[in-house]
Design a protein around this ligand. Structure first.
Ligand SMILES: Cc1ncc(COP(=O)(O)O)c(C=O)c1O
Ligand SMILES: [Zn+2]
Length: 421
């Protein structure tokens, strides 16, 4: 069962019923789900969670929807991988990667949409919609298919082909808007008032956002019920980052971990870094920007949760950093080369950000560090394609193979037959 008991304005604390609403009528602040933590604490334990399914639904008691009627495509409970080779290269002894590439639609967005779709169906909506930089659209389309709902997803028209195919394959209605994500988002906010649809990141946003808490829960559980010392997280709207922090804090409230001493570091691409610019200028006033970066999934020029992300950065003692597009590509290749994980551009942002933070001593070599790899690389092939070694073209003969292979590298001598190995 869910222990959610109200929505509360983050600014003036006014409370609202658990309806499909998202802004405070009095101050226009964003609404957030609040819970009866005392009752929740009695119901959950490490053991009860560990007995649950290998998906976000193992944390159903900590989420704002009824898991018995979940729209479930098995989001979450992704691997936490000890990154020995990348750690060695960066000089970090306890580096872990949270590999959210392996979600059902290959990004962490399946976590938020699992919760939003379940809640939307609970509210009686027949249509799931969203404003998306690509990954969210993919996940909304897949969850709608699973739920037998209609999907209408809005994206900027310049997205990568993998993100487009990754929505249309589920028979979603895909609306490509001639404009930036921020234009798409504004349009969707206007449409929300006119169509009886659940826009997962507009009118259902308070519930949707809670899905990202599961990344915090999982990492703590997978580390043996302890919070990491340092998290490295990509920032677009800032929601994911803020909710990982909220998830960790809740585990303390529930007595599931002892304390949170986690530094939360956030990374953006320099071509769209409104949160980092504010951080660097020491202000909480975010100045919207026009995105210009290959990290399209993070290209939000006017981030809804930017202010709250800056608060978490300050409170946790984390760092903020922006990396160039060249570093995004280098980061993707570094991760692939050292750990065998092919991440999308957001993963390149995180990997290069981590590299810089480690080199600057802002991540300590003895810290337990978790880098969040939030989406898979086959969706953004355009970013790396031209930098990779093309295949050797040969005729189907040994001679042709040896010529091409020999020209490329020194052929290792094969041991002669019968020789000792
Ligand atoms: C792969 C990936 N990582 C991270 C993010 C950042 O999410 P948020 O908007 O919650 O900051 C996004 C957002 O679309 C994304 O697609
Ligand atoms: Zn308010």
């Amino acid at each position: 069962m869910s222990f959610a008991n109200a929505l509360r304005c983050r600014e003036c604390n006014r409370e609202y019923p658990l309806d499909p609403i998202y802004v405070c009528e009095f101050c226009f602040g964003p609404l957030e789900v609040v819970y009866d933590y005392a009752a929740m604490r009695k119901a959950v334990s490490r053991e009860s969670i560990e007995r649950g399914p290998a998906s976000v639904w193992r944390y159903a008691d900590l989420l704002p929807c009824d898991a018995d009627a979940a729209v479930d495509i098995q989001a979450g409970f992704t691997p936490l991988i000890k990154a020995e080779r990348l750690g060695e290269e960066l000089g970090l002894r306890h580096l872990y990667l949270k590999n959210d590439c392996v979600n059902p639609t290959w990004s962490f967005k399946d976590r938020v949409v699992a919760v939003a779709a379940t809640k939307a169906r609970e509210f009686g909506f027949k249509t799931l919609a969203c404003a998306s930089t690509g990954n969210l659209a993919n996940s909304v389309a897949a969850h709608a298919a699973r739920a037998g709902m209609e999907a209408i997803v809005f994206i900027p028209s310049d997205l990568e082909q993998g993100k487009i195919t990754g929505s249309s394959v589920y028979d979603a209605t895909l609306i490509a808007v001639d404009g930036s994500y921020d234009d798409v988002n504004r349009l969707c906010s206007e449409l929300t008032g006119q169509y009886p649809w659940a826009f997962v990141n507009v009118n259902v946003r308070p519930y949707y956002a809670e899905g990202s808490k599961t990344l915090g829960y999982e990492v703590a559980e997978q580390l043996g019920w302890r919070a990491p010392d340092h998290c490295i997280v990509p920032l677009a709207s800032g929601s994911l980052y803020v909710k990982i922090w909220k998830g960790l804090q809740e585990l303390v409230k529930l007595g599931l971990i002892d304390s949170v001493h986690t530094k939360m570091s956030g990374v953006q691409a320099a071509g769209c870094s409104p949160i980092i610019s504010a951080w660097d200028s020491g202000t909480r006033n975010i100045r919207p920007v026009q995105p210009r970066t290959i990290a399209k999934s993070l290209a939000i020029g006017n981030p809804a949760d930017g202010f709250y992300a800056l608060e978490v950065m300050a409170e946790s003692g984390g760092s903020g950093l922006a990396v160039s597009d060249e570093e995004v590509v280098e980061g993707i290749r570094l991760l692939a080369r050292t750990e065998g994980i092919f991440a999308e551009t957001a993963g390149g942002v995180v990997c290069s950000g981590l590299k810089r933070l480690a080199a600057a001593g802002r991540v300590d070599r003895d810290e337990v560090v978790v880098a969040f790899i939030t989406g898979a690389g086959l969706k953004t092939q355009e970013a790396v394609m031209d930098t990779l070694t093309p295949p050797l073209q040969i005729e189907p003969t040994i001679a042709s193979f040896e010529k091409a292979f020999g020209e490329r590298s020194v052929v290792e001598a094969r041991p002669a037959a019968g020789s000792a190995s």
